[in-house]
Design a binder for this molecule. Structure first.
Ligand code: S3P
Length: 176
């Protein structure tokens, strides 16, 4: 199986920005779950939520992740924040790559996503929702990750430096 580099973490943790930079440094293809959903369906995440509901979005999210993981070319994949909740997706992620958690405190994430624009889950009470989601997902991210990068107070370039070092060391040691 190809050894993908998978970035997981909450909305606002910088998976897309870091993933794009990391892919260019490692000379790998870059996949981003939300962009892949748009490419597959022709609809943005908010459009899918409002027209078909969250379960329909989660099904698309699972499908694009499965297809990115099945790619034979080793890639960097920014995994949408909620995709880790699906047990099959977690199993596939473990099997096909190294998993890096971009960890950030909810208080910082809340400032980063501001009013939740473009993120349907945060339309109402963004701060409270972010804290609730984080409490539920933190143990899942922690259990799934092979390593983590603390992103709070670090510039995007510093986060990319840390992620690159970690990815290279994980790729060197994790058994295929
Ligand atoms: C979600 C995260 C978003 C997007 C959707 C739901 C989540 O992606 O898929 O709004 O459940 O955490 P990012 O993590 O890329 O922001």
């Amino acid at each position: 199986m190809p050894r993908h580099v998978l970035l997981i973490g909450m909305m606002g943790s910088g998976k897309t920005t870091t993933g794009r930079e990391l892919a260019s440094r490692l000379r790998r293809v870059f996949h981003d779950s939300d962009a892949d959903v748009l490419a597959r369906t022709g609809l943005s995440v908010p459009e899918i939520f409002s027209r078909f509901g969250e379960p329909a979005f989660r099904a698309q999210e699972r499908a694009v992740l499965a297809s990115a993981l099945a790619c034979q070319v080793p890639a960097v994949i920014a995994v949408a924040g909620g995709a880790v909740l699906d047990p099959d997706s977690r199993r596939r992620m473990r099997q096909s790559g190294v998993v890096i958690w971009l960890r950030s405190a909810p208080s910082v994430l809340i400032r980063r996503v501001e009013d939740g624009v473009g993120r349907p889950l945060l339309e109402h009470d963004p701060a409270g929702t972010m804290r609730r989601i984080y409490a539920r997902r933190r143990p899942v991210y922690s259990d799934l990750a092979d390593g983590l990068v603390d992103v709070d107070w670090a510039s995007p370039l510093l986060v990319a430096d840390r992620a690159e070092r970690l990815a290279n060391s994980l790729l060197a040691v994790k058994a295929p």
